[in-house]
Design a protein around this ligand. Structure first.
Ligand SMILES: *Cc1c(COP(=O)(O)O)cnc(C)c1O
Length: 407
């Protein structure tokens, strides 16, 4: 994870790092109140110093190996390959500790927080997966973890609330606003502003004001770095396409980043197409949304013609967010990456195919990427496909039963 210098113009042109103001082309930046500026600047300085410090990188690398279980395997998928008429490879983030890629970011940010002298970590969570990863990382490092979670989500995601509490985290239900993820983010920010020196805001995806989209990308790029080396070694060459699901965009940007400079590698992000392409029916921000500002960053949004952010729908809680990371907005606008939607029904169908043919139960989020890969394979026969297997689906068994899958 080498940090490029600020004058690395070639990398900037390729969209590989934000400019001095944290922008990816017109996207990104900082749209924040005055009260947050000092805390954000302190965070950026602390994060840059940590990532540029070889001893920090060595410590992070050791924790990723011995506690997270990295490198995660690259698995060939022989039966999916046969069914789709393609050569299919899976980057197995589902085998990382706590069951998904989120731990890469949570551990990295928690280690930066500790290095900066913070004693309190605040995090927000929707479905609870980022809350669980943050709570686990904080337990490992001896940090006090406070997780803000919408009251509605606390009810809906009771098992994850229990996991967080087992790891010693304090879970605070948020009853204001929509009582879901957006309200939880507002509360976490309010907490951070009230104690910016002692508190660290551990953000869960490649969204929010600069430096978060860059920082989360740097911490998740381990996925693509490992996968690129593993493909060269095991598959005999680079993939023709790398495919990942996109909620806020952290697992996808982590997989894509090391391939951005490889012109022969197509990049394909799959968003939540929900039940249809009407406003309120999906969470496919790049496929159907328009540019705007949300949670401190300029990107694409799902909004009405008055600029009101619209509530989204997806069968997968982890993709159910009305924004998307600014670097994805940039890759979309420049055409370097393509973003398509998979519907609830398509994702659930792909999930069952992966279970039956490969003995892997993917998260419903991840199943969106599998559907996108299946469709891409049908249009591009005989190609080498790399799929980011972002997480495991054990957490989704109740939802699957409710959806009439394997009930
Ligand atoms: C949270 C989550 C996602 C979506 O988040 P990104 O930041 O877009 O990666 C995708 N897959 C799994 C398994 C998740 O837990």
């Amino acid at each position: 994870m080498k940090l490029p210098g600020p004058n690395d113009v070639a990398a900037l042109a390729a969209g590989q790092l934000p400019d001095a103001r944290g922008r990816f082309g017109p996207f990104g930046g900082r749209y924040i109140p005055e009260t947050l500026v000092a805390a954000i600047e302190r965070l950026e300085a602390g994060a840059r110093a940590a990532l540029a410090d070889p001893s920090f990188q060595a410590e992070l690398g050791a924790e990723l190996r011995s506690w997270v279980g990295r490198p995660t395997p690259l698995s060939h998928a022989p039966r999916l390959s046969e069914a789709w008429g393609a050569d299919v490879w899976l980057k197995r983030e589902d085998l990382a500790h706590t069951g998904a890629h989120k731990i890469n970011n949570a551990l990295g940010q928690a280690m930066i927080a500790k290095r900066m002298g913070a004693t309190r970590i605040v995090a927000e969570t929707g479905a609870g997966q980022h809350g669980v990863a943050s709570a686990a990382a904080c337990a490992r490092l001896g940090l006090h973890c406070i997780v803000y979670m919408g009251a509605v989500d606390v009810e809906r995601q009771a098992p994850n609330v229990r996991r967080m509490k087992l790891f010693g985290a304090e879970v605070i239900p948020v009853t204001g606003g929509d009582a879901t993820l957006r309200a939880a983010i507002d509360e976490a920010l309010r907490d951070w502003v009230s104690d910016p020196a002692g508190t660290f805001y551990l953000l869960g995806s490649a969204v929010g004001p600069h430096p978060y989209p860059w920082l989360v990308r740097e911490l998740q790029a381990v996925i693509g770095l490992e996968a690129r080396g593993q493909m060269l070694e095991m598959a005999g060459g680079l993939p023709d396409v790398a495919i990942a699901c996109v909620g806020g965009g952290s697992n996808a940007i982590g997989l894509f980043h090391p391939f951005v400079g490889d012109e022969s590698v197509e990049l394909l992000g799959i968003e939540a197409g929900g039940s249809g392409n009407g406003l309120g029916e999906h969470a496919a921000t790049l496929a159907y949304g328009t540019p705007g500002v949300l949670h401190g960053t300029m990107s694409y949004l799902i909004q009405n013609t008055d600029g009101q952010v619209i509530e989204t729908h997806s069968v997968s809680a982890g993709l159910d967010y009305p924004g998307v990371g600014p670097e994805h907005a940039f890759l979309h606008a420049t055409g370097r990456a393509t973003y398509l939607a998979a519907t609830d029904a398509e994702a659930l169908d792909a999930l069952q195919e992966v279970c039956r043919l490969e003995g892997i139960l993917p998260a419903i989020e991840t199943a969106h990427a599998f559907h996108g890969a299946r469709r891409w394979a049908a249009e591009n026969p005989g190609k080498r496909i790399l799929i980011g297997c972002s997480g495991r689906g054990d957490k989704d068994l109740d939802i699957l039963a409710k959806q009439g899958v394997a009930s």
